[in-house]
Design a protein around this ligand. Structure first.
Ligand code: IPM
Ligand code: MG
Length: 379
């Protein structure tokens, strides 16, 4: 029996666009693990975005703030979309996803890129390029040009306007995300590729120096290589299997992860984990979210792919809950559902049956029952 003290607190926040639809399915999956596998979770659902804004004047109402504060893990859906124009920029900014990443210091953003063989035909890349592709992009998430000051749009003397942002990194910011990459690499194939633009940018010169220094001081056993970001983009489509762990700054990671997503068949397949520092109780705040965003064009239609969100639950099981067997089980169930032909619209080849968001959730749940049942037969 699990006692309250070892309960893992999870805030489930669907948010906007397709967020609530996909999160409803990943929430079902999480509940399955609580009911069938004894995963000790205590779930608190909370609202985010335009709906609570219209009711309370805040995109992030007090109840949601409280749920996030007390949570070990946040299961996040999505934010954004045209209807959010009704929210004044200041109110939106006060509760934005970027402000949350910053508030909880979620500096290490893990985006696994796994080319599932069952989806080889859904990817624009050739099957032989997709073979054995399994790497993780670690994107720095709380600094860089996303947060650097000064920033703004100003009026020049000649009447033109000038927009400006500041790319910036401190040595500590570089080292802590690089440390996350080296530590992860040690659990995998022990290779880190650091991506920068050191031929042009000073921040990248510092980035590379700090990554090399850290590796030499603390991780001499890990193989380290470097790529300029333009070359990295090319290598990701040329030969993605060469990578194990890729570490990079905020904006490069944003761009490269969308690019790499194509190896997975659809952006809808990508999960992510955003991790904060480990506190004095050994706990680490984490936010799990699909990479796809709010997809306003299909929101409310019940056709979005929930697998990015469902695979984010697998990451939660592995990282926050320290339940690697359960995480593996879920990933195997997703694979089994895909091999059995389950496809949402973004994955379906021409003329094949397209499942709704909820039907894809059902497919994963019944695959879970089967895979878990087989496991029991073998013990
Ligand atoms: C992502 C998204 C976000 C980002 C947007 C929605 C602000 O593209 O998480 O990759 O740029 O970080
Ligand atoms: Mg992005």
């Amino acid at each position: 029996m699990s006692t309250r003290s070892n309960m893992v607190k999870v805030a489930v926040i669907g948010g906007e666009g397709i967020g609530p639809e996909v999160t409803a399915q990943s929430h079902r999956i999480l509940s399955w693990f609580a009911a069938k596998r004894g995963v000790p979770v205590e779930v608190r659902e909370a609202e985010y975005g335009i709906v609570p804004y219209l009711a309370t004047g805040k995109v992030l109402p007090d109840d949601t703030v409280e749920a996030m504060e007390e949570a070990d893990a946040i299961l996040w859906g999505a934010t954004g979309g045209p209807e959010t124009k009704e929210v004044p920029p200041a109110a939106r900014k006060a509760g934005s996803l970027l402000s949350l990443r910053s508030k909880y210091d979620l500096y290490a953003n893990l985006r696994p890129i796994v080319a599932r063989q069952a989806l080889a035909n859904s990817s624009p890349l050739k099957p032989e390029v997709l073979k054995d592709v399994d790497f993780v992009i670690i994107r720095e998430l709380t600094s860089g040009i996303y947060f650097g000051e000064p920033r703004g749009i100003e009026r020049l003397a000649d009447g033109q306007r000038r927009g400006f942002n500041t790319e910036q990194y401190t040595s500590n910011q570089i080292r802590r995300v690089a440390r996350a990459a080296f530590e992860l690499a040690r659990t995998r194939k022990n290779r880190v590729c650091s991506v920068d633009k050191g031929n042009v940018l000073e921040t990248s010169v510092l980035w590379r120096e700090e990554v090399i220094a850290l590796r030499n001081e603390e991780f001499p056993d890990v193989e380290l290589s470097h790529l300029y970001v333009d070359n990295a983009a090319m290598q990701i489509v040329r030969e993605p299997r060469q990578f194990d762990v890729m570490v990079t700054g905020n904006i490069f990671g944003d761009i490269l992860s969308d690019c790499a997503a194509m190896a997975c068949g659809s952006l809808g397949m990508l999960p992510s984990a955003s991790l904060g520092p480990i506190n004095r109780f050994g706990r680490r705040k984490a936010l799990y979210e699909p990479v796809h965003g709010s997809a306003p064009d299909i929101a409310g239609k019940g056709i979005a792919n929930p697998l990015g969100s469902i695979l984010s639950v697998a990451m939660m099981l592995r990282i926050t809950m320290n339940r690697p067997e359960d995480a593996d089980l879920l990933e195997r169930a997703v694979d089994a559902a895909l091999w059995a032909g389950a496809r949402t619209a973004d994955l379906a080849e021409h003329g094949t049956k397209k499942l709704s968001t909820a039907e894809m959730g059902n497919a994963v749940l019944s695959a879970l029952e089967k895979v878990a049942g087989k496991e029991r037969e073998h013990v």
